[in-house]
Design a protein around this ligand. Sequence first.
Ligand SMILES: Cc1cc2nc3c(=O)[nH]c(=O)nc-3n(C[C@H](O)[C@H](O)[C@H](O)COP(=O)(O)OP(=O)(O)OC[C@H]3O[C@@H](n4cnc5c(N)ncnc54)[C@H](O)[C@@H]3O)c2cc1C
Ligand SMILES: NC(=O)c1ccc[n+]([C@@H]2O[C@H](COP(=O)([O-])OP(=O)(O)OC[C@H]3O[C@@H](n4cnc5c(N)ncnc54)[C@H](O)[C@@H]3O)[C@@H](O)[C@H]2O)c1
Length: 472
Amino acid sequence: MKFTHDVIVIGGGAGGLTAAGGCALFGLKVALIEGHKMGGECLNNGCVPSKALLAAAKRAAVARTGESMGVRIAPPEIDWNGVMGQVRRAIADIEHHDSVETFEAMGCEVILGHARLMGRHSVEVARRTLKAPRIVLATGSHPFVPPIAGIDGVPYLTNETIFEIDARPDHLLVVGGGNIGMEMAQAFRRLGSEVTVIEPDAIMGRDDPDSVAVAVEALREEGVRFVHGEAKAVSGTTGSIRLEVEGAEAVEGTHLLIATGRTARVEGFGAEELGLELGRNGFAVDKRRRTSVRSIYAIGDCRDGIRLTHVAGYEGSNVALEIVTGLPTKVDYTALPWCTYTDPEIAQIGMTESDAREKHGDAITVVREEFSENERAVAEGASRGHLKLVMKGKKVLGASAVGVNAGELLLPLAQTITGKTSTFALGSAIIAYPTRSEILKAAAFSAWEPTVFGSLPKKYAALVARVRRIFA
Ligand SMILES: Cc1cc2nc3c(=O)[nH]c(=O)nc-3n(C[C@H](O)[C@H](O)[C@H](O)COP(=O)(O)OP(=O)(O)OC[C@H]3O[C@@H](n4cnc5c(N)ncnc54)[C@H](O)[C@@H]3O)c2cc1C
Ligand SMILES: NC(=O)c1ccc[n+]([C@@H]2O[C@H](COP(=O)([O-])OP(=O)(O)OC[C@H]3O[C@@H](n4cnc5c(N)ncnc54)[C@H](O)[C@@H]3O)[C@@H](O)[C@H]2O)c1
């Protein structure tokens, strides 16, 4: 077969960009195909606009404290156009990282158009047929809308539309208490909407319940209402929406946000015809991210598994490495981090306490340190939250943190979990005072405290002291 490229990448989101850029930087001939907007979900409808909205909301929340620390601030006035402008500005300021020009400069041939798989080595796009020994699918996901009776007759928002609404909702009903639900609930509440979150299971069920409880309490104090139950039926129109909830009373609001998870994008581009096997939600892949057709990889949101930007990017670089070197390269998620950017922030890396108990039973220990003992947090009057280290012996298996900027604490823990550093090194490091990172040192040191101040070191110290008294 005559190949036009070494690798064809379908999808210009976090996964596809990283795979394509990685291969191109090694000098391979790469075709990168994007059918909608470069940057994908994260830049255009996901991480970036949501964090920009949370930033505007935080300003409003600070202003709402009125008088605090002897400083009086006027109550916030929310200009919705300005808020949406902040969201657009953030996207505009970041989009050059993901632009056609940037990826052409790296050496990719960027093709804008809808790609279609025609065979194990061939793709059609913009009336051209491309052929390559390897194809990478990075086609992402779209919002999952559950079968709520009446949903098709009611206007509803998803992450694809919520960052463009032209007026602030008076009362936002958020169906789903996952990452999107929690972040959007706090953002809209702080910007002045009434907010009700409807969730039948645990709020943010993948996270440590102790961390989640701290954030839920904070959101409740700010006025977010949580209703425990499943959204079953909906009626009404924008401005007047009524949602029937199984196991709870019906709720009414002006706008409806569906934040109930994602569906992998696996249809409409020839994957069915090629017979690519599917998992529960996305392409079935092995640890090298190969699909059932071995010349075709699937990475990021479109394959069955975790859906996060840094995961898509990591899988993109992993696949690029495998294609470039020709050596099998497996993904390793023992130190996977994720954060939810509410205030307080919820951060997790590696195993939660319950994951670890399930795997190792009583062999694990959990060390917990409170931000109320961290002097920086106390001085700043923001000491809500804690850090939990989950350990087996002196090895960290995972950590859960909740508090201001908790996600920024994860890097040293990633190195500890992967064995690149140790709890001893973390516990004995010099940490600038006063910083929130001191909580890491305190937790790591707790693991060593019984050993360092144990009976043997005490006996040794006593011996040195006795000798010194004799010879001093
Ligand atoms: C509201 C929200 C907030 C989020 N916040 C965070 C966060 O804070 N941190 C985090 O880590 N993750 C976050 N995520 C998740 C993150 O956005 C995704 O995990 C990430 O974007 C997945 O990247 P991807 O490359 O797999 O797919 P995508 O970003 O979805 O990109 C896929 C691309 O493929 C293109 N495409 C699809 N089919 C074709 C075709 N046939 N031909 C050509 N092009 C095609 C699409 O147009 C799209 O641009 C958030 C998600 C949402 C919805
Ligand atoms: N900070 C971050 O990293 C971040 C932020 C936002 C989104 N994301 C990613 O985006 C993806 C989607 O987020 P999400 O919040 O939509 O999904 P999610 O899977 O986190 O949560 C969806 C929630 O909806 C609930 N639900 C489902 N059907 C329901 C019904 N009929 N009534 C009420 N509740 C119902 C589920 O029980 C679940 O708790 C996730 O994969 C997440 O990783 C990440």
